[in-house]
Design a protein around this ligand. Structure first.
Ligand SMILES: NC(=O)C1=CN([C@@H]2O[C@H](COP(=O)(O)OP(=O)(O)OC[C@H]3O[C@@H](n4cnc5c(N)ncnc54)[C@H](OP(=O)(O)O)[C@@H]3O)[C@@H](O)[C@H]2O)[C@@H](O)CC1
Ligand SMILES: Nc1ncnc2c1ncn2[C@@H]1O[C@H](COP(=O)(O)OP(=O)(O)O)[C@@H](O)[C@H]1O
Ligand SMILES: [K+]
Length: 549
């Protein structure tokens, strides 16, 4: 898991490190990281570094100081650097002196617009961790003139560092170079999009950071945890998934949710509801009945997609909440709970529940989401004693015990009708397999997003195509897990025959898997290519955090 830390925690770590290193050390480390990234991008994008024009947008604080020092480093590589000083009297004195010593120019006021417009690359050092509210008008006017790619220092200016909220003009970076760790603004809400590819520069904060505030799951972790049958398994031992979804009016939701469960794990899927004919026709391997009460034993239920909010839906929800097994509650079932909170009384004590609202469903259930999506999901998780998966381009998954993970989508291809039904089916089957509900929700989300990218390959898709790509997405994450197993195993190889065999097995898995892994990276890069200006500046695959960015 990768950690993400809030501003307060970054500041505390910074204070502790600053107490033991000479003044200015952290800033110069940070600035060197920015300069390295800028030089690399200039070389890749324009074919050279010396003589290229870089404009620094320099605000009143240390973020501007980082930009100025980076400019001084870039001067050593022959870059023509001009700093646009937004607050000339407050620009970081040491940084400004360093830039001037290195031969950099500075401009203020009316001359600034032309410098920005003529730059090959713009460095955004307007504001970082101290940002409050939208970009101020003078800064916004300059940002409006940018046509070149932007490298943001620490955070794109205009993005709230702790929530990712963007409430007005903001910088849209091709690359954000941040220091010590990712901040919430890089992975949440519109901030995730404004950040572009995120590079983390190690400035020595690591040992002082403590427990992260949020985590991001890695594909290899999801692949390693994904349930697959063992030699002693049969169709029951792997966990039977029950699907209470669909209605005469909406049979498709039942077909999609059931299909996701069929693809996600082996074993068995039971469907119960009014869309049994449609489900049986599409998924003959399922066991179908007309009502939840007749469905037989399952290890987890999915309830809600296309269910309707009438009597049949209410009965189905009441039944599954009282069944004593984990339940994934989505769509109409969320609306039912919102309009009739008394239905919660049917919940068997200690039944794990995963709620999967989009923003409108969340608002019905728990009030408006607001700008702080983590706070909203955490509040609802505590209120309902449930895992709350708040959907979006960045999905937040909060557990009642306070754990929070974020799944930053690699693309917006999942934004298609019915894709939520697929997600629900994936979660249900992982719950049935006995996975921790928070991890199940996060893992399903990652595979769902990857399936969308694999299916789309840069052209629009429907939810059926996303569903069909689920096996490839599972193969890709399992391949990633195999590859990391192989890496670990090769270190241990030679310790014993068994270890040697394990290493060989891991290596062959990794070899078989590498094609699939290649596919998923290509999909990630292709998805970035769809993002316009960012595409030209997406660093080459393999040189950093493209997929995690
Ligand atoms: N943490 C670390 O380990 C390290 C941190 N380092 C760096 O320090 C940075 C933090 O620096 P910082 O605290 O000096 O403030 P910073 O973000 O530059 O803001 C400057 C001023 O901008 C203003 N302002 C506010 N909102 C605004 C808006 N919306 N639009 C426009 N302007 C706005 C506001 O001034 P005001 O005008 O309100 O007085 C504010 O005081 C951090 O991001 C990283 O780059 C690295 O050097 C080394 C390691
Ligand atoms: N812009 C977007 N980028 C990435 N994923 C998105 C975006 N919009 C929606 N999604 C994802 O698509 C799915 C849509 O779910 P939902 O709104 O319930 O759709 P439906 O009810 O039609 O199935 C969710 O997994 C959500 O996170
Ligand atoms: K910035």
């Amino acid at each position: 898991m990768q950690g993400v830390w809030t501003v307060d925690h970054v500041r505390s770590a910074e204070e502790r490190v600053m107490a033991v290193v000479p003044a200015g050390t952290l800033m110069r480390r940070a600035a060197f990281g920015v300069a390295t990234e800028v030089a690399g991008l200039l070389a890749r994008h324009t074919g050279g570094v010396a003589g290229r024009r870089v404009a620094l947008l320099v605000g009143a604080g240390n973020n501007g100081g980082d930009a100025l020092w980076a400019g001084a480093f870039l001067r050593r590589r022959g870059v023509a650097v001009t700093a646009v000083l937004l607050a000339p009297n407050r620009a970081h004195p040491a940084g400004l002196a360093a830039l001037r010593r290195a031969g950099g120019r500075t401009v203020t006021g009316a001359a600034a617009g032309a410098v920005v417009a003529a730059a090959d690359l713009v460095v955004d050092g307007i504001v970082g961790l101290s940002a409050r509210g939208p970009l101020r008008p003078d800064a916004a006017a300059l940002v409006d003139r940018i046509t070149a790619p932007v490298v943001a220092v620490d955070l794109p200016s205009g993005v709230d560092p702790d929530t990712g909220a963007v409430t007005g003009p903001a910088v849209r970076a091709a690359v954000t170079v941040t220091f010590g760790c990712r901040k919430p603004g890089h992975v949440l809400a519109a901030g995730a999009t404004c950040s572009g590819v995120v590079r983390v520069v190690d400035i020595g904060l690591g040992p002082e950071l403590g427990e992260p505030d949020l985590v991001l799951l890695e594909p290899a972790e999801v692949g390693a945890a994904w349930p697959v049958p063992g030699p002693d398994d049969d169709k029951y031992t792997q966990g039977v998934t029950g699907i209470a979804a669909g209605s005469a009016a909406f049979p498709g939701a039942a077909v999609l949710a059931t299909g996701a469960a069929v693809h996600a794990t082996s074993g068995m899927v039971r469907y119960a509801g009014q869309a049994a004919d449609a489900v049986r026709a599409r998924w003959p391997e399922t066991v179908t009945t007309g009502a939840v009460a007749d469905a037989g034993r399952v290890q987890a239920w999915v309830v809600g997609p296309g269910l309707g909010t009438g009597k049949a839906g209410t009965e189905a929800l009441t039944h599954v909440l009282g069944a004593g097994v984990p339940v994934c509650v989505d769509a109409d079932a969320i609306t039912l709970l919102a309009t009739n909170p008394g239905l919660w009384d049917a919940r068997e004590p200690d039944t794990p529940v995963v709620l999967t609202p989009h923003d409108r469903e969340f608002a019905r259930l728990a009030g408006e989401v607001g700008p702080d999506r983590v706070a909203a999901a955490t509040r609802a998780a505590s209120q309902f004693d449930a895992v709350v998966l708040l959907k979006g381009h960045s999905t937040v998954v909060a557990a009642p015990d306070g754990r929070v993970l974020v799944d930053r989508a690699g693309s917006a291809w999942p934004a298609t009708a019915g894709s939520g039904d697929v997600l629900t089916g994936l979660i249900g089957s992982l719950l049935a397999a006995g996975m921790d509900p928070w991890l199940a929700a996060g893992s399903a989300c990652l595979v769902h997003g990857l399936a969308a990218e694999l299916a789309a390959r840069n052209a629009p898709i429907g939810a059926s195509a996303l569903l069909d790509a689920v096996p490839d997405a599972i193969r890709a994450v399992r391949a990633a897990a195999g590859a990391s197993m192989a890496a670990g195993a090769s270190m241990a190889a030679g310790a014993s025959t068994a270890a040697g065999v394990g290493a060989a097995a891991g290596a062959s898995m990794a070899a078989g898997a590498s094609t699939a892994a290649g596919v998923s990276m290509a999909a990630g890069v292709g998805a970035a290519a769809g993002a316009g200006a960012v595409a030209r500046w997406t660093p080459a695959a393999g040189d950093g955090s493209v997929s995690a960015g």
